[in-house]
Design a protein around this ligand. Sequence first.
Ligand code: GLU
Length: 499
Amino acid sequence: MRVRFAPSPTGQLHVGNARTALFNWLLARSAGGTFVLRIEDTDVERSTAESERAIVEDLRWLGLDWDEGVERGGDRGPYRQSERTHIYRAHAVELLSRGQAYQCFCPSEQLEMDRYTALREGRPPKYAGRCREIPRADARARVDRGEPAVIRFRVPEGRDVLFQDLVRGEVGVSTDVIGDPVLMRSDGTPAYNFAVVIDDALMEITHVVRGEDHISNTPRQLLLYEAFGWRAPAFAPVSLVLGPDHGVLSKRHGATSVAEFRARGYLPEAFANYLALLGWSPGGDEELLPLEELTRRFRIEDVGRSAGVFDVEKLAWVNRHYLKQAPPDRLVALALPYLQREGWIAAPGPAAVDFLASVVPAAAASVDRLEQVPARLRFLFDYSAARALGDTAVRAEADAARPVVQALAEEAAGDRPLADREAFRAMVARVRERTGQKGKSLLHPIRLALTGEAEGLELDVAVPAIERGSRLADSGVCRIPGAAARAAAFRDALAESRP
Ligand code: GLU
């Protein structure tokens, strides 16, 4: 089995295309086949090297490796269509010489007008065939004189093209509705329908898994296989990825590219797992399956015909699962750029890395995606008593909490370190004894005073972290005030704000 993913490098990798890549990869890996990455950059105006780089990077990020293709090589290259023009040309010439293709000189205005007339008369808007019968010698003379020409395929008349579609069963189309497709444009570049057939045939692709938006192209492509006497691959069109309103997932739904989701801090294994579930089901209730397990269970025949609706809530659920499983070191490495973006950390030294490994997992366990980690750790790196009190909701409660805050400031100023959970709990017990407050009216003021926030991580995790952080010296992390300093600052800010 040989399959391929054939993106056009005209932008970021779209979620729908990423899923197509994943299905191809799963198919190859589940069958011990070969996965080829081919770049379809025949649209010279819109293709960029930068987009190709971004697509390659996203595929690698998702964990999809390829056996042949760009940046990897192989026996059936080159794998970039712009480097294969001579191959397309030679094959077009072969069809010309057999009369299965012909040169067409119709100017675009003529084609527009024919199209318009056909539509008005209720006929399919296919090429009218004006240049079909030009004698070859005449056509050649015109080309030699420099007249611009495209090469068109001569579609056989009055035939049905039947093909097996692995997802939909047998599909048939009459050739009468198929206009003669352009094979080579007048600028010498190949058209998609031509290049894709030549490449899939020469690269010996056995299964073509691609978006169902290509279903209408498939009959044309089959006729070309036939014209060359080549055996056609099996086709498996996969449904498109839709947005919540059941329109094709697009910008108006928000993020659509893998790069955007990646920047938001979804883990690659979570994203790949979620993509696989879009339009395919492993059966049973189990859905949280890493790539190796997906590979064991994947069958292309099980890919449903119904479109997959992209569900960000479900993606978040899958991501939370993988976030909870990720080892602390990895979470630190992944969360670091987001913390650096806040300006809280420069290059962390070993002590800072250890410190982060002690707090980032707790923060990551309570978010949907890593982008949200800084908000959970703001209490550490960006404490401000004044700002906390500036929030009117916090103020309203803080006034009632003066006695607790006063006692807290005194207890925290003692020389007992609060570096662990037990020490913190003991201090809370002393504040309770002194004030007679308990439950929420005890813990809430303590939370406000020490974290500057009305909610967040468990206090017996947060406060020891504050204390450990306050002792990090010169370790690439911004200064973290300790519990005593915070309690005093909050008490003073509260006193100043006394009505
Ligand atoms: N370059 C085409 C696309 O991105 C690939 C179509 C195909 O897989 O045949 O839509």
